[in-house]
Design a protein around this ligand. Sequence first.
Ligand code: 4NP
Length: 155
Amino acid sequence: MPTKLLFVCLGNICRSPSAENIMNHLIAQRALGDKIVCDSAGTSSYHVGSSPDRRMNAAAQRQGVTLVGQSRQLTAADLETFDLVLAMDQSNYQDILSLDRSHRYTRKIKLMCDYCRRHSDKEVPDPYYGGEAGFDYVIDLLIDACEGLLAEIKA
Ligand code: 4NP
């Protein structure tokens, strides 16, 4: 059975689809498609059905990754389905924990930045209301975290 990863942010149009698509890119490069599968979701319903943000996709494409997918909202059932649920920031982390009313899944829920090896950030900043540099920074941070996470899963 493959390890199932779920990346979670607020809107599921910027950070978590970037994490999902970057991870899928690394998985394809390393032929690990039968070992790891990825999805993403948002804690909010604000953008359900929307494609990834255009500015986020432009930043991803500058690093050779195209963002595909459609926003969906996180559900309590996701906590059962996935092996690891990766929150982009503390607010996402708390929102995910509050869906886990039985406190059964606490050990599956992690902060994405815990896997960074080059950056010391504790959270992936929300780029939505900022400029282009913020989107490029998110991609750089997520490449770092995805590489670290992949190394940990393989170990
Ligand atoms: P994301 O970014 O959580 O990384 O997808 C955001 C997208 C939309 C909003 C906030 C953050 N919003 O407020 O609509």
